[in-house]
Design a protein around this ligand. Sequence first.
Ligand SMILES: [Zn+2]
Length: 493
Amino acid sequence: MSDESQELGITESKSHKPGEWYAEVVQKANLADYAPMGGFIVTKPRGYALWEAIQDSLDGWFKETGVDNVYFPMFIPESYLEREKDIVEGFDPEVAWVTQGGHEELEERLAVRPTSESIIAPFMAEWTRSHRDLPMRLNQWCSVVRWEATETKPFFRTKEFMWQEGHTAHASNAGAWEEVWTRLGQYERVYEDVLAIPVLRGKKPEHDKFPGADTTTTVEALMPDGKSVQGATSHNLGQSFAEAFDITFADEDEAEQTAYTTSWGLSWRAIGALIMTHSDDQGLVLPPTVAPTQVVIVPIWQEDTKDDVLEYSEEIAEDLEDAGFRVELDDRDERNPGFKFNEHELNGIPLRLEIGPHEVDDGEATLVHRPDNEQSVAERDEIVDAVDEHLDEIYDKLYEAAEENLEENVREAYSPEEILGTIGKHGGYVKTAWCGDEACEEAIKEKIAAEIVMQPLADEGGETAGEVPEPDRDECGVCGDPADEIAYFAKSY
Ligand SMILES: [Zn+2]
């Protein structure tokens, strides 16, 4: 390898130094850069394209299911945030404040939104008059700021992050639950059908739910290093926010009723999970669903074959473009094919077409899968169908590998030693019986920094909405007291 390609390529190992490897992939695959202020990143075009792909899917599904997009100010008056105080203590130390505008000191400090319940809820209260105004479903795509002093990890830990936050009001608790499941289902779908990442669906334990929520539901994804990522959350807020912000309505008998509300969000952490799940020591690996370029064509020529090879390659590129694929023809003169292969591997282009004089003579193209270098040959006449099939195959390969990782890494353990030993040795999830006492989580957390990331859900409808099914054993895996809940322990991001 030349010095140049070494500089271009990934030098860290995913299995040995996942943190360093991740940072290198993000930078060298041109997804993001570090901003001059600690804790902030600059999202580059190829990184932002991933966010747009996620956005396109989710936003469409939201709209199909009755959601309207809105935009609220990024600043929230302190008095508004104060109204939340009774129900929310969660965000205070993480809030960034604006105290001056121009040369003037502000009369009232303005918070940079850490989340927007406290400014959206008062308006929902104003807009909700009668049962006919419900359900009201609002969503905004924006960024929020949480001033946490932690080491920056692009898309995983940044003080400002992009997300969507949905806020809804309903006439009944059943309506709120239906909303919670609809959004959780859409989050599950974006992970499984767009990002090729299987998830576990469940709820957070009582002590770890969103401040003020009745129930916080979550989708959790297991990373190859054995840690869980909270993929998105959907909260049933019950009536606590509606009571604090007077979200009331006149029912059919003109009697005043208090609404039930939900909120739900997915952040660009999904991009972090995407990078971490599929990529390797050669660089970024992307499913074709989100890849900004799905197919790269690399012509391989000598001086005397150049014109034929290029012309043939251009025709194929055109056919594929016409069929709706995102295609790049890499006809750069100054780079040799080997350099180009490395670069496109680093950038995670799912499928490479190699075209040399042989392919031209035989009326074929050589297809190479990014994830595992599997090669095959397709007929020129059938190239559009072949590319379509191969992109599907690549998606399936990525999904299956992630699914295998998940299936192999859910283990049961029923004593503290066994729980600690299992997570210590294998990572992944440990399923156990739990008495419901936070102290039992603390005992595990102190020793190995693993916590209860998820509890599975019983039947999601009706009376038992949000309840956890009975465990196989009736003694808590940590303290031995009677247990009637299942809990999944894991280390997490
Ligand atoms: Zn216990």
